[in-house]
Write a protein that binds this ligand. Structure first.
Ligand SMILES: Nc1ncnc2c1ncn2[C@@H]1O[C@H](COP(=O)(O)OP(=O)(O)OP(=O)(O)O)[C@@H](O)[C@H]1O
Ligand SMILES: O=P(O)(O)OC[C@H]1O[C@](O)(CO)[C@@H](O)[C@@H]1O
Ligand SMILES: [Mg+2]
Length: 530
């Protein structure tokens, strides 16, 4: 099979290398795009304009080729429906876009994942820039779109719903939009809602999700059967890492059945545990709301003698909310997160630190992410191995455990009078409407998703990469979870701001196993000093 490509843009390219077992890499002259494509569609007129390749993760196989410019491309409907007609984007007649210098994103516009580079560093991974394209693959009349929200709540979900509806209607003249109620199971167990700009007009002022949500219930076959039976051809899926994994299953089944259905994922989670994107929507609102709880705790404990305030925040596996809320507040003496084990007893332990702070300031505020210390708790509590309907581990309540242990230690062992205040605002910080900046973020996300689906992209998650919205292959968003890196400067900033113990120099007698895991982790990162 002749894999050489003649591309008018850059002249005859060097013969492509022998095809790799899974995908073939086409090497273009310097600074051109490296793409991989499925040998099935080996003919490419001009890869910058043609969509006829199967974009799998591109990898540069020949370091001699130079700058390692790689695109992590997203699937397009014409990948498996090669004869789909395209149409001029109606935005070219839109008065709103009339004076925009460059209305449409060019096919070669990409967003770099790495922006801190050295002169000779590899250019690395790039994603397609989000935004309207010159050509669309749906007429306004043929679009039958649906929106579904899954998983835990997060500020801004209703704004995303609203802006998908308004974006489809105002920008693309789409009038047939369905709301799937109650998460994934709603596809096959609930009636749909008809969504119009009027119906969703003010939902962004309320927290929660206008469409209801759920966990569990993802039955790919039943969901795609329902999409097919209802004649739905655009699916907007708002949810976290679990939801995006479900969206990837739906995309794969749609492609297997050869259906003209664009599947667009919009990442959502209060925990900010989704990889690749800068941060998830609603996160800033949640951090802002957490300030109220931390401030209340600080006021309470500084008004009494030996006041000990504990505030538990969301964060099942990732401690971003606790970390950023601590950094924003500056009234926090110690921040405990799932990624950084801690221990209570003995030298360097939490009890020792609390006593020092009480002597020094007369009060202390501790912020703890709900997922912190779970292994440690399990050693002293009847560990539960229960999971929620989606398979997420159910947590032991670290807030109450910590409160009880601190109270016992100081009143019974140290015979010290303390004033303990425990505040648990977890659900309060995720059930509120999004703030102004998150509302704007949600609007950009929704519009990017609409532009992408109308342009025929599918199997993508949309989100900001270095502040520029991009289309990311869903599978790459769910490959890893976004967690706080103890070796990052941000965590160092936190430790410097609270001056809390690092809890890394402990021995076997005091939960040494937990700390040993951390030391192993740090050693594996080849960190020479703590
Ligand atoms: N691996 C998977 N494959 C298919 N569907 C999945 C998968 N993981 C989760 N889901 C489905 O996605 C939906 C939401 O998942 P989950 O409850 O884990 O919340 P989430 O999307 O991770 O959001 P959050 O973390 O913010 O609560 C559920 O309906 C669940 O059944
Ligand atoms: O929404 P549920 O089922 O109560 O689960 C709570 C979990 O959801 C999240 O808010 C998001 O995953 C976690 O922070 C929290 O642990
Ligand atoms: Mg999740």
């Amino acid at each position: 099979m002749d894999l050489s490509i003649s591309s008018p843009l850059c002249g005859p390219s060097p013969a492509a290398p022998a095809p790799a077992p899974t995908s073939t890499l086409i090497l273009y002259p310097k600074s051109q795009i490296f793409r991989s494509f499925n040998p099935r569609n080996s003919y490419l007129s001009n890869p910058l304009l043609s969509r006829r390749y199967f974009p799998i993760r591109a990898q540069v196989s020949d370091p001699a080729v130079d700058d390692g410019f790689v695109i992590d491309d997203v699937p397009h409907l014409t990948t498996f429906l090669p004869d789909l007609p395209s149409y001029p984007n109606p935005l070219q007649n839109s008065q709103a876009y009339a004076i925009v210098k460059q209305t449409f994103v060019r096919p070669e516009d990409v967003v770099a994942q790495k922006i801190v580079v050295q002169r000779d560093s590899s250019r690395g991974k790039h994603f397609l820039r989000a935004g309207p394209r010159e050509k669309v693959y749906f007429t306004s009349e043929e679009v039958r779109a649906c929106i579904v929200t899954c998983g835990g709540l997060c500020p801004g979900i209703n704004t995303v719903i609203r802006e998908i509806v308004c974006g489809l209607n105002y920008m693309y003249g789409v009038n047939d939009i369905l709301g799937i109620q109650g998460g994934y199971r709603g596809f096959y167990s609930k009636n749909t809602l008809t969504l119009t700009p009027k119906v969703v007009n003010d939902i962004h002022k309320r927290g929660g999700t206008f469409l209801l949500t759920s966990r569990g219930g993802h039955d790919t076959q039943k969901i795609v059967d329902n999409i097919q039976d209802r004649g739905i051809n655009q699916v907007y899926i708002i949810g976290g890492d679990g939801t995006q994994r479900g969206a990837a299953r739906i995309f794969e089944e749609v492609e297997k059945r050869g259906l003209k259905v664009a599947v667009a994922g919009i990442p959502k989670t209060i925990d900010n545990d989704i990889a690749v994107i800068d941060k998830s929507f609603g996160f800033d609102t949640a951090v802002e709301e957490a300030q109220r709880a931390i401030n209340a705790a600080h006021v309470e404990v500084e008004s009494v003698e030996n006041g000990i305030g504990i505030v538990k925040l969301m964060g099942r596996y990732s401690g971003f909310i606790a970390m950023f809320a601590t950094l924003a507040s500056r009234d926090v003496d110690c921040c405990l997160i799932p990624e950084s084990p801690f221990y209570l007893e003995g030298k360097g332990g939490l009890f020792e630190f609390i006593e020092e702070r009480l002597k020094e300031n007369g009060h202390i505020v501790i912020v703890v992410a709900e997922g912190a210390g779970q292994e440690y708790l399990a050693q002293s509590m009847q560990g539960i191995d229960e999971k929620d309907a989606s398979g997420n581990r159910l947590l032991l309540d670290v807030g109450l455990w910590l409160t009880q242990n601190i109270k016992d230690h100081f009143t019974k062992e140290r015979k010290m009078a303390i004033n303990m205040k425990y505040i648990d605002p977890t659900y309060m910080i995720r059930a509120i409407p999004s703030n102004a900046s998150d509302n704007i973020y949600c609007t950009l996300l929704a519009q990017s998703a609409v532009h992408g689906a109308m342009a025929g992209y599918t199997g993508f998650t949309v989100g900001p990469v270095n502040s520029r919205h991009a289309y990311i292959p869903i599978s790459h968003v769910t490959e890893t979870q976004n967690t706080v890196k103890l070796t990052d400067r941000m965590w160092a900033r936190l430790l410097a701001s609270t001056n809390q113990p690092s809890f890394l120099n402990c021995d076997e007698s005091r939960g040494g196993k937990v700390c040993k895991d951390t030391i192993d982790l740090i050693n594996n990162m080849k960190i020479t000093s703590i």
